[in-house]
Design a protein around this ligand. Structure first.
Ligand code: FES
Length: 109
């Protein structure tokens, strides 16, 4: 499957220590600025249907607002139960001030 890099924002609007949810091609993705490094993972908790963008961010760990599982937003690793499955990660490119996320591209006709 091809991969396509899509602009989802710019670094000026995503300060270090903040995160936001973006919707790209039907995917809900959480983008996080961890001290200048931008990481991207699935926004939906792997335990139930909670948006991690409404959780609490500390460094590179986000805590799910529903049952408190913690995930590493750069590796996707699930670090605390009840969630056991890791989050999917997405490649990030910074182009000038633009934040681009690699998502599965459209199939060629
Ligand atoms: S929905 Fe995230 S820990 Fe339960």
């Amino acid at each position: 499957m091809t991969q396509e890099f899509i602009q989802v924002g710019d670094t000026g609007e995503l300060r270090p220590g903040t995160m936001k949810r973006v919707d790209v091609r039907g995917l809900r993705i959480l983008i996080v600025n961890v001290e200048g490094r931008v990481c991207a993972v699935d926004d939906t908790c792997t335990h139930e249907d909670a948006s991690l963008s409404t959780g609490v961010l500390r460094g590179e760990l986000v805590k799910c607002p529903l049952h408190g599982s913690r995930f590493n937003v750069c590796t996707g690793k699930a670090l605390e139960e009840p969630a056991e499955e890791d989050l999917r990660t997405y490649p990030v490119r910074l182009d000038g001030g633009r934040i681009l996320i690699g998502v599965p591209g459209a199939e060629s006709p």
